[in-house]
Design a protein around this ligand. Structure first.
Ligand SMILES: NC(=O)c1ccc[n+]([C@@H]2O[C@H](COP(=O)([O-])OP(=O)(O)OC[C@H]3O[C@@H](n4cnc5c(N)ncnc54)[C@H](OP(=O)(O)O)[C@@H]3O)[C@@H](O)[C@H]2O)c1
Length: 322
């Protein structure tokens, strides 16, 4: 698969979000299946894997997902890029003695679960009470120590990125981004392009909506399933967003691809610094999503798709707050 860069970190053009093996989309598969699915993705050219310390069933407990990723990739670790994330409060930083010490403690725990002595990309999962400049400074020290290769922020707007970037240049920003969540187009992605920062869209298939497999009759699970609150997936908004799904189906037929692939090919064509991390619990669909990297929209196809999309109203908006 073609490569892209998150600053100086080389990754496959499409990465893989591993969250759903632990959290967020209902029942989780047996661990052996999850490990096999991650290894299968690697064998299909994926070198970029996204996890976080908090990805555990019902977000209770720490490290379920990191352990799975660690087991799956330990034999091919040198050929892969692992991204993980931490949460940090100012109270915890005070208890640890400094932001740097607190971040380092989280990192050491993640490295142990991931069975690695270095994390390629370390994100602050959400900014909160802790100063982003102090986190940036801590990340710079961890880069100097060789414990991480690069760092990033998630769900942030340009002013926060800029404050952090002035202290320690970022490798990546991970925000929600898809055909139905386009806030980052206004200034975040342009800022990232200008400053050589990779942009990593999460929920790029809008939690399944853009695959065209979700209908108003689809029943989501009741336990630990984000689809029960994702705004575009209420019954009324699924119906409202049908024209966007129909547009994707039209291009899918034209390109001999699937709607999910077209939605990914659209963002890959649009921006050279974008590396989406679609998530799935299903081995075959993971490969389908990776193969979006081979779906090339011509300039004209892209322009027409974009202009049709711009004329359609999006029903539901999640934004940066959740
Ligand atoms: N930084 C953050 O705060 C944050 C927040 C959320 C997620 N993330 C990261 O982003 C990754 C991706 O986000 P996400 O999983 O929320 O959203 P997503 O990739 O937009 O969608 C995942 C959903 O779409 C379905 N799906 C995926 N590909 C499909 C296909 N080809 N055909 C049919 N259905 C398909 C999946 O179902 P099946 O499992 O049944 O295939 C799942 O229900 C996560 O794994 C995680 O690593 C980060």
């Amino acid at each position: 698969m073609e490569k892209r860069y998150l600053r100086d970190i080389e990754v496959s053009k499409v990465g893989m979000g591993c969250m759903a093996f632990s959290h967020g989309y209902g029942k989780i598969p047996p661990e052996s299946y999850s490990i096999e699915a991650i290894r299968n993705a690697y064998e299909h050219g994926c070198t970029f894997f996204d996890t976080a310390e908090v990805y555990s069933p019902n977000l209770s407990g720490i490290g379920h997902n990191e352990r799975i990723v660690g087991k799956a990739l330990k034999d091919v670790r040198d050929n892969t890029v692992i991204a993980t994330k931490l949460f940090l409060s100012s109270a915890e930083a005070r208890r640890a003695g400094s932001v740097y010490k607190a971040v380092r403690n989280h990192l050491i725990d993640s490295m142990s679960r991931l069975q690695t002595d270095m994390v390629d990309l370390y994100y602050l999962h959400r900014t909160g009470s802790v100063s982003v400049e102090e986190v940036a400074d801590a990340m710079g020290r961890l880069i100097d120590e060789g414990m991480i290769r690069g760092w990033g922020l998630s769900q942030v707007d340009t002013d926060v990125i800029d404050r952090a970037q002035r202290v320690t240049p970022l490798a990546a920003v991970q925000n929600i981004y898809s055909m139905v969540e386009r806030d980052s187009e206004y200034s975040v992605i342009p800022y990232c392009m200008e400053h050589n920062i990779g942009f990593v869209p999460f929920s790029p298939i809008a939690s399944g909506l853009l695959s065209g497999k979700i209908t108003t009759e689809t029943k989501f699970e009741t336990n630990d399933d984000v689809r029960t609150w994702v705004p575009q997936l209420s019954k009324r908004n699924i119906a409202g967003n049908q024209p966007i799904v129909d547009l994707l189906k039209e291009y899918a037929a034209l390109k001999n691809a699937t709607p999910a692939q077209i939605s990914l090919a659209w963002m890959l064509k649009k921006y050279p610094n974008v590396v989406p991390i679609p998530g799935s619990k299903n081995k075959e669909r993971i490969v389908e999503n990776l193969n979006a990297s081979y779906v090339e929209l011509s300039d004209e196809e892209f322009r027409n798709l974009e202009s049709s999309l711009n004329q359609l109203k999006v029903y539901g908006h999640r934004g940066f707050n959740r």
